[in-house]
Design a binder for this molecule. Sequence first.
Ligand code: ATP
Ligand code: MG
Ligand code: MG
Length: 382
Amino acid sequence: MDKRKVGVLGGGQLGRMLVESANRLNIQVNILDAPAAPAKQISSHDGHIEGSFKDAAAIRELAKSCDVVTVEIEHVDTQVLEEISGDVDVHPHWSTLRIIKDKYAQKDHLKSYGVAVAESIDLEGKEEEDFKKVGQEYGYPYMLKSKTEAYDGRGNFVVKSEDAIAEARKALAKRPLYAERWADFKMELAVMVVKTKDMTLAFPTVETIHEDNICKLVYAPARGVSKEIAARAQEMAKKAISTFQGKGVYGVEMFLLQDGTLLVNEIAPRPHNSGHYTIEACPISQYDAHLRAILDLPIPEEGLRLKEPAIMLNILGGKTPDSHVKAAQKALEVGNASIHLYGKGDARPGRKMGHITVTAPSMSTAEINIQPLIEMVDELAG
Ligand code: ATP
Ligand code: MG
Ligand code: MG
């Protein structure tokens, strides 16, 4: 299909699903990660690079072997990406990654372009008194967040009262912090946005349900959300992404407040958990779209539509090392369930080990089909 080679920083589950897409188009993807990384397990060629996606020398080596470099994670060294971008295409742009990898800078950036976000206050290097002042201004609870290296809520702390400040600071010690006003949301929505060389396109608006700060379920389309709100969420997501440079897919997480207001929670400059459903439910998946966008291949907008309703359930590590395998086995019994296991090796509680997508002609049928699997997953989580 295409002789150009794609390099990816990181070879976890997102890289693995990107490789699945690339394999179907016969496009070579060179992964920078440890030898048995999930993405490398399903891609046999000698173009992979061994090392950490945080290692500058390894990134330079990857760049030499590829025509386009992309990422499956935003916690990357953007100095090196800036340096290599003279010799190789880097998407998204290093400046985009630099802004987005710092959640506080990301919020500031979005605000400056008129994209609504939760109010925030910088607390980096600040004292106990300053944390108390936030409580006086925002009330309780407020959300304390690490600016960097955050995922699956590891980096968040809900500050419920002034008395909890000491514990919160201890829990997130040594991390650069900021505070966010609590968003009393009705539900959480997400939109995958595709940025091509000349267009910004959106997948449907979906509903995400988080448990303990980790995405658990994704409903596509979002349930009980009017066409008007769904369209507004897509417009907001496209507007947010149009402020960044660089091609590829971006995940936009949003809060839908009680009064119908939408706020952007955060942006992921890469394929995203809330977009896994597109593999089965849309003609073009988020991974297909990412590859096509960074390689300037056509993306007809109708390819981003929902063919039928879908529900995605994450399989997390549970009580025992094989909990996730048991969940996948149970899913084998459901006729319209597609199962993905990531090949991550050892499970630990809360680690994303796989996911299941159920598609059905109606959302209510999908809900009935997935119910036993949700119960199974809950039981295995303990
Ligand atoms: P990931 O990158 O894996 O999505 P993260 O660690 O970056 O997660 P956030 O997206 O910031 O974490 O927050 C995780 C969840 O915590 C959100 O999806 C939401 O449920 C809740 N949350 C975050 N910020 C707020 C807020 N200001 N008010 C209320 N709830 C919040
Ligand atoms: Mg995040
Ligand atoms: Mg998030």
